[in-house]
Design a protein around this ligand. Structure first.
Ligand code: SF4
Length: 498
């Protein structure tokens, strides 16, 4: 994807928003795609991402209602009207303004181009400033730790306010909420013009870039509407960061060694791969096999499956939620290697009992987390076979939430099948999540594969006794353990012998 860098004569001024400046500091590609990408290729955010954004907005409203309860947002139908009403309100000397519209037009680079810079601080407050009264911006965030981009965002608001009122006001960053609904922390902001100008220059350079900047992958991608398009482009270009486990650091090291494509890594001799920064002998073998799997479109075995992992056992999985700041399981599922499944569910306030769901699945109701672990321990006590699970997460939850005696009893039997899989085989997949691996190996995944929807269904059962919703949640849990059994059987049947 590329574009002509020369702006057409008479082109309207480029609009730069505070959000754009923030995003450019995190992933330039996202900003570039917003300007030059085909809007039809924008995707949708996941339900979880949408909920988190919604929670952020609810937090802002809750803080505003505690700190400035009489404030109403400006009744506007367009940005331009918002700018006019904001200027009117500030010139009338209102004490506070919620979500005011700030805008200034100026040249920002060494050309004679004009840019329109826009920002909408959560709150504007009239405060004493250098012997006069001036408006300061307040930015409100739900999280409790500041990020560098918060300060740049406030820099931009301060700069916009300085254009309007001639003074440089102090800003504030309000983080989190205490038990009274007030900001948990109010951090003073120190205006840094150099930092802001650098961020603006980087944003302009991104918008002007003739071709798409490299991807900067991270958790922020969950909130990016271009996730699918970005991934498709990386696959098409054969970029190494499509391979599982290749993050920005390793990608940089591989690029520095002229190994920026999957094909180059696949063809690279092991002894050369091992010379790349951060790549040892085992990592080199995995990387090369992973790249070959992509190039050849098939699993590549790179180690035998030790006999211990061929041993029949239980397939185990759990789902977690936050209770009073602690992560605890709300559901556990386990099945034998043929997929016969048992489920135990956290049901606070209910008698321990077995519930038969409309689809015939029996579910053990446990009144607390200890009872949930006890149900598992009791069910698997007849044999001493392994409890296979996928990723280190299950074991960490066992250690942090199970009673010590049950933890001691169960922990030696926990076997991370993902780690085993990584040691012996590479698959042509960008992710080794069970939801990617099992369907690739032919597992027909029943129902949806979204843990968050399953949790919502569980909540619907807790809150309203919705049995159909609980059945869907348990279908999700059952699918997880049966998928694990499917993968384990495939490994046992197909893997190289030790
Ligand atoms: S998916 Fe991630 S890396 Fe790709 S454009 Fe979006 S934020 Fe950037």
């Amino acid at each position: 994807m590329g574009r002509d860098a020369t702006p057409a004569t008479g082109e309207p001024p480029l609009i730069i928003t505070a959000q754009m400046v923030r995003t450019a500091l995190i992933c330039a590609r996202q900003v570039w795609l917003e300007r030059h990408g085909d809007p039809a290729l924008r995707g949708e955010l996941s339900l979880q991402a949408r909920l988190l954004l919604e929670q952020g907005q609810q937090h802002e409203i809750a803080i505003q209602q505690t700190e400035a309860p009489l404030l109403e947002p400006l009744p506007v139908t367009s940005w331009e009207e918002g700018v006019r009403l904001t200027r009117d309100a500030l010139s009338q000397g209102v004490t506070e303004l919620w979500h005011g519209f700030l805008e200034h037009q100026a040249p920002l680079d060494l050309t004679d181009r004009l840019f329109i810079v826009r920002g909408q601080p959560d709150l504007l407050q009239r405060v004493p400033c250098f012997g006069t009264l001036a408006y300061r911006p307040v930015e409100i965030k739900r999280r409790r730790t500041p990020q560098e981009t918060d300060w740049v965002q406030l820099d931009l608001y301060v700069w916009l306010l300085r254009q309007l009122q001639g003074t440089t006001p102090p800003g504030e960053l309000w983080l989190g909420a205490d038990e009274y609904g007030r900001p948990w922390q109010r951090l003073p902001h120190e205006y840094d013009e150099e930092r802001l100008m650098e961020a603006l220059a980087a944003t302009i350079a991104t918008l002007d870039a003739p071709s798409m900047p490299p991807a900067t992958l991270g958790r922020h991608c969950d909130f990016c509407l271009w996730q699918e398009e970005c991934f498709a482009t990386r696959v098409q270009a054969g970029q190494v960061d499509v391979l599982p486990g290749v993050g920005p650091a390793l990608r940089g090291a591989l690029e520095a060694a002229h190994l920026s494509t999957i094909a180059a890594v696949a063809a690279c001799p092991l002894e050369v791969l091992q010379r790349v920064r951060g790549v040892g002998p085992q990592r080199a073998r995995q990387l090369q096999a992973s790249a070959r799997a992509w190039v050849e479109g098939r699993p590549i075995w790179h180690g035998p499956l030790p006999a211990g992992y061929r041993r029949d056992g239980w397939m185990f999985d759990l789902e977690t939620c936050e209770v009073n700041g602690k992560t605890v399981p709300w559901c556990m599922g386990w099945c034998d290697s043929e997929g016969r499944t048992q489920i135990a569910l956290l049901a606070p306030g209910q008698e321990p009992q077995t519930l038969i769901l409309p689809d015939g699945q029996p579910v053990t109701l446990a009144p607390d987390v200890d009872s949930l672990w006890a149900a598992l321990a009791e069910a698997v006590a007849d044999t001493d076979g392994p409890l296979y699970h996928w990723s280190a997460y299950d074991r960490s939850i066992l250690r942090s939430s199970a009673p010590p005696d049950l933890c001691e009893q169960l922990a030696p039997r926990f076997v991370d099948l993902l780690a085993v899989c990584r040691r012996v085989v590479s698959l042509p997949l960008p992710s080794l999540s069970l939801k990617a691996v099992a369907p690739y190996l032919g597992f027909p995944w029943p129902g949806h594969d979204d843990w968050f929807l399953a949790y919502q269904d569980y909540r619907a059962w807790l809150d309203w006794g919705d049995l159909d919703a609980l059945t869907r949640a348990c279908t999700y849990q059952r699918a997880d353990v049966q998928a694990l059994a499917w993968v384990w059987r495939w490994l046992v049947e197909e893997a190289l012998v030790d």
